[in-house]
Design a protein around this ligand. Structure first.
Ligand code: 3PG
Length: 212
């Protein structure tokens, strides 16, 4: 498995598959069945957002019980968040934006950070610090496909994971762009399916999203 080779690069993470499911988990008991449902649909990576008290425990459980899937954290806002995710076994961290403190912590940190940008100036700040794989957030609200096409000219070495407002209906528009490795979104691990334990429904959505 890719993650058994040790630390993955941001590019390896973003190239794991076309879609990175963004998950808000309220109950850590749901973590393992959710990870298995995604795997059954052909998805090998997921992002658990640090927006609930269950997130770190969910990451721990997935790491130990479903090692075939690469689990990272989203909504990583501070150096403490980054450390907690690494301690829980998370393989990567994604932030919606960037800050000097987060950059400094990520530089010597044990897991890769994929910071979020929405403008050329933010992108230049990230690039200046050596970050070339970025989340483009909030993708649809910040200009969507047209913005990413425009950014490719001056910044040809940047690879994006656009996230925010992306769905099964519009994901292909992003995935055909040369500067997009994958897209992120919450349309696969739907909270209502998770709450009801409808794992086969999640597997179906995952299988559709994982199609190239
Ligand atoms: C998020 O951080 O919430 C992601 O951007 C997911 O956005 P979405 O719910 O629009 O897919």
């Amino acid at each position: 498995m890719a993650h058994e080779r040790g630390r993955l690069s941001p590019l390896e993470i973003l190239h794991t598959g076309p879609v990175l499911p963004v998950v808000v988990l309220r109950n850590a008991e749901h973590a393992v069945p959710l990870a298995k449902a995604l795997l059954a649909g052909g998805i090998r990576v997921l992002e658990i957002t640090l927006r609930s008290g269950a997130a770190l425990e969910a990451i721990r459980r997935i790491c130990s019980e479903v090692p075939e899937i690469i689990v990272g954290a989203g909504t990583v806002l501070t150096p403490d968040d980054l450390r907690s995710v690494a301690q829980a076994g998370g393989k990567f961290a994604i932030s919606p934006g960037l800050t000097p403190c987060l950059f400094a912590a990520a530089h010597d940190g044990p897991i890769p950070l994929i910071p979020g940008v929405a403008t050329p100036s933010e992108l230049m700040l990230a690039q200046e610090r050596g970050f070339t794989e970025l989340k483009f957030f909030p993708a649809e609200a910040a200009g969507g496909v047209a913005m990413l096409k425009a950014l490719h000219g001056p910044f040809p070495r940047i690879t994006f994971c656009p996230t925010g407002g992306i769905s099964q209906d519009n994901c292909k528009n992003y995935l055909t762009l040369p500067n997009v490795a994958c897209v992120g979104g919450s349309w696969i691990a739907l909270p209502e399916l998770i709450e009801k334990g409808e794992w086969s429904g999640i597997t179906k959505l995952a299988a559709k999203a994982a199609e190239r």
